[in-house]
Design a binder for this molecule. Structure first.
Ligand SMILES: Cc1cc2nc3c(=O)[nH]c(=O)nc-3n(C[C@H](O)[C@H](O)[C@H](O)COP(=O)(O)O)c2cc1C
Length: 390
């Protein structure tokens, strides 16, 4: 199967409807796709990125359906195997093809794939290649989300092929974005899980791309943006320093004590007209938590003390929050203990990357007493005042 974008450009990738997990880590509620693009010039042609190698036979069949008998260039925007992994088979089928990649991608592709150095040609930032009436410009866009990533810009058509940058894990028969709300959610999840740790460098990449007229963005996961301002605006907003007046509450409770404190916090925040997003870590899709962390001003963790430290589910959430480096401004901890422990310190030790103002932790002995609830009242007042002053 292939789909026509215009007379000379085709989508020849794979829709993976049933994949549930990415990197054996990230839940994929909506499947994904591995997009690959074929561009025919007057003299030469090019394939931009390939597909997850499990699907290589279907990929090669797509190219055969399209009647492709020769490939001049294979552009590898990103060395990760879901985009590069089918290059060796593609090269076996089309041995005359030259692989074009960034300087940093070359050693990575050699490490990851069974190909030879002679198969690879490094292109520099700003280099162009002409296919005849179609000029491909290579724009280094590092750290989206590996160090070697680049984007390819088709000058005449003003189409950007940025690989993972602007992508979304979304299996859909829509070649272009149609259901904007659905794509918004999938793209935000993708940004949260994959891109957020590189927020500052992504800002620089966005500024670099602002010099280009872009009429279409064709990423390597999810549908194509034929109105690219949608996703560019979203990326501007997600990577900006602005936060939203929202409180994210990842929490877990074994016997209900922390749960009661958190329930009280939630209703008090709602009564104070503050947006709340609670996540029970015992059953959470961590992608949903990551999405909430993209722009919330405040995060309050809830955990009992377990074997002197936080509950392991809280440990995992704190570790994740730390590596994702959200722009959260304020944080707090609410919890319960039985006899002794260092839950608060151990949880905080897991999050050195969070540059937050920390509220006084509220840790109840067993089931919370009246003074613990009074402390929550004070906390809610502080949160309200901080959010009002954003
Ligand atoms: C497996 C397990 C380990 C625990 N370890 C500790 C501990 O090291 N220190 C402590 O003070 N309390 C410990 N406790 C007691 C709990 O922290 C206490 O019961 C707390 O009130 C539970 O809060 P929850 O109802 O929100 O789960 C432990 C409880 C369990 C079930």
């Amino acid at each position: 199967m292939y789909r026509k974008i215009n007379e000379a450009i085709y989508s020849v990738g794979i829709i993976d409807w049933h994949r549930k997990l990415f990197d054996e880590l990230i839940p994929l509620p909506d499947g994904t796709s591995y997009n690959s693009y074929f561009i025919q010039g007057e003299d030469k042609n090019a394939i931009i990125d390939t597909v997850e190698p499990d699907f290589v036979d279907d990929f090669l069949a797509n190219l055969a359906d399209l009647g492709i008998e020769k490939i001049d260039y294979i552009i590898s925007n990103h060395a990760e195997q879901d985009h590069s992994g089918s290059i060796p088979d593609l090269l076996a089928e089309f041995p005359e093809a030259k692989i074009l990649c960034s300087e940093k991608a070359k050693p990575m592709l050699l490490d990851l794939l069974t190909i030879e150095p002679a198969d690879l040609t490094v292109v520099a930032d700003g280099d162009t290649v002409s296919l005849g009436g179609k000029t491909l410009e290579f724009i280094y866009t590092p750290w989206v989300h590996w160090p070697e990533t680049m984007s390819t810009y088709l000058q005449e058509e003003k189409i950007l092929f940025p690989c993972d940058f602007f992508g979304s894990h979304l299996a859909t028969s829509n070649l272009f974005v149609e259901d904007k709300a659905q794509v918004f959610e999938a793209a935000k999840r993708y940004y949260a899980e994959i891109m957020m740790p590189f927020r500052m460098i992504i800002k620089k990449n966005l500024a670099k791309l602002a010099d280009y007229q872009i009429e279409m963005i064709a990423p390597s996961h999810g549908p194509i943006y034929d109105q690219p301002e949608m996703i560019i605006d979203l990326y501007q907003s997600w990577t900006s320093d602005q936060v939203k007046a929202e409180v994210v509450i990842p929490y877990v409770s074994m016997h209900g004590s922390t749960d009661d404190l958190i329930k009280y916090l939630i209703s008090s925040l709602i009564e104070a007209d503050i947006k709340v997003k609670p996540f029970n870590l015992a059953e959470v899709d961590l992608g949903d938590l990551a999405i909430a962390l993209v722009d919330a001003a405040t995060v309050i963790f809830g955990s009992p003390t377990v074997l002197t430290g936080p509950h392991p589910s809280a440990v995992y959430a704190a570790y994740l929050a730390n590596v994702l480096k959200p722009k959260t401004r304020f944080a707090g901890i609410i919890g319960s203990y039985g006899w002794a422990g260092r839950m608060t310190d151990k949880l905080l030790d897991l999050m050195p990357n969070l540059k937050v103002d920390l509220y006084e932790p509220i840790i109840a002995k067993g089931h919370g007493q009246a003074e613990d609830y009074q402390q929550i009242d004070v906390l809610v007042e502080q949160i309200k005042s901080d959010l009002d002053n954003l």
